[in-house]
Design a protein. Sequence first.
Length: 208
Amino acid sequence: MNIVLLGAPGAGKGTQASLIAEQYQIPHISTGDIFRKNIKEQTPIGVVAKSYIDKGDLVPDDVTVEIVKNRLEEDDCKNGFILDGFPRNVYQAEALLKIAELDVVLDVDVPLEDLMARLTGRRVCSGCGESYHVSTLGGRNTCAKCGENLYQRADDNEQTVSERLEVYRENTQPLIDYYKSKKLLKSVNGAQDKEKVFDEVRSVLDNL
């Protein structure tokens, strides 16, 4: 089962990817992870990618596509994969369909106002990195696991979150339209508890 996962920052996409990977025994492929792996191992394509990153430039689409293509050719992808963070634009989406057949594109859909509340309310432990939300803390400002103080990440303020969500919307709407035209897009309601979201995800995947 070959899956592309779409979802805005704070939509819970990573959680659903992990649940899908466990349930269906297919690898969760995060483009950030494979970039870091190629750069760390100094693969030829990793060296090329690093040369752009070091200059503060975006890695060109063709380089990104090549890194993803190499990853999809590995043995653990024979029975399927979940792609997270790729494609990011229609050019990459078209390139992906030339190197892999997709079964479904899952969009974890959450209203923007919910995403704003989720991200600005997030608090992170300064000790172990555990993540919380102010709505569940009851005024507590220390970690339940290790007792260290909780803090708000610099990029979780309202202005930065608003900018991130706007960039996501601008970049992703053309992708959603593209995959609709290919009859590959399925949306699930990401505004629910993660268990209920996964119930919807399973319903989509089991009916493919």
